[in-house]
Write a protein of this length. Sequence first.
Length: 164
Amino acid sequence: MASSIGFGYDVHRLVKGRKLFLGGVWIPYPLGLAGHSDGDCLIHAIVDAMLGAMGEGDIGRLFPDTDPGLKDVRSGKLLKNVAARLSRKGFLIRNIDTVIVAQEPRLAPYVETMKEELGRMLGLAADKIGIKAKTNEGLGLVGRQKAIACWAVVLLQKKAPRKR
Ligand code: MG
């Protein structure tokens, strides 16, 4: 059966006065991710991977940061929108794998909750979602806690056509 793979990347600056959301989960930390939406760069990377696998542009084209209706929107809403689009086009998600690179905070305690939350939003078992949280060994802007970066790959499969 036909399958297709997609790849996504996103980075957001860490700033004061914002809540930190990753994978749809609020993580207590003095800084949060800047952005027109809630800045959840893990979800943004997954959305871009999903769109890439469907051959459909990118998150910025679908949800422009000039849209006042998307100001501070929870990224889960965008994820669910793209998941519905994917299903309408006859695809299902086989699995997702991701990497979060953040010097701080320590994300390991939140990984299972993120998998459950993403799985709930996508209708996907949590064990079909990989999340590896790494530091950047103190190197570069991510290493100096100026930003968090995320990568994601998604494997899609075309659903079997309904038998008549
Ligand atoms: Mg983004």
